[in-house]
Design a protein around this ligand. Structure first.
Ligand code: URA
Length: 227
């Protein structure tokens, strides 16, 4: 009888090598972003630069507006430390979205003369665009969920209407863009929380095509039966 074939280690080695290369690229990109001084006004008002964070590669990337004064500008992590961050992360958990990357159009907190949050100016969004593109190139998400009208316009183009109620998706260069309200809009009571939660479930369905979802559901019910 022939001895069983030894399993090749090549795929595992290739996997670790590519994970390591990914980590190195991520660290280099972070260093470049952290040293950015492209926007004079933002360099003056930011407490820190806030690069995107999360899984690389990612299934879904969320793109918000800019770090908030009370949140990411203090913590250094997008969508943490403020009400928008709490809601976004609660929705991600509720929909059981795995492998997400979270970032913003702009990586510094924009403030007005009174020290309040303001929207980033078009030239600030444009200056930060190469950082966003670099992050998305590393995260390679299948879906980019655009949080709010400004994010949607920047990603989809100014002529595509922003209408999350229409559950709009469009495709850009092989990536699906999904229009969603910004969590701050929901926190203001302008959009029902229940409907927002459903939008995240729909996002999960988009990220996991039907065949994979069935396999996932089977795996979940089997582990439930065993435990
Ligand atoms: N925090 C972020 O990081 N981005 C936003 O758009 C809002 C809060």
């Amino acid at each position: 009888m022939r001895p069983p074939k030894a399993k090749s280690a090549a795929p595992r080695i290739a996997h670790y090598a590519s994970a390591r290369a990914n980590q190195l690229a991520l660290a280099a990109m972070r260093a470049e972003i952290l040293g950015c001084v492209r926007c004079e006004a933002l360099v003056r008002c930011r407490s820190r630069v806030v690069p995107g964070a999360g899984a690389t590669p990612a299934a879904i990337a969320f793109v918000g507006l800019a770090p908030g004064r009370l949140g990411a500008d203090r913590t250094g992590i997008p969508f943490t430390g403020d009400r928008s961050g709490v809601l976004l992360r609660r929705m991600i958990g509720h929909a059981r979205l795995g492998r997400v990357f979270i970032t913003n159009l702009v990586r510094c907190n924009p403030r007005d003369a009174l020290g309040r949050n303001r929207d980033p100016a078009p030239d600030e969004i444009a200056n930060c665009r190469p950082h966003l593109e670099a992050e998305l190139a590393l995260a390679r998400p299948r879906i980019v969920a655009c949080l709010g009208r400004v994010s949607w316009r920047a990603m989809a183009g100014p002529d595509v209407p922003f209408d999350p109620r229409a559950r709009l998706t469009i495709e850009r260069g092989g990536t699906i863009l999904y229009a969603m309200y910004h969590p701050a809009y929901v926190n203001r009571g302008a959009y029902p929380l229940k409907t927002y939660a459903r939008d995240f479930i729909r996002l999960r369905r988009l990220a996991a095509p039907r065949r994979r979802r069935l396999a996932l559901d089977v795996a979940i019910s089997c582990s439930g039966a065993a435990g």
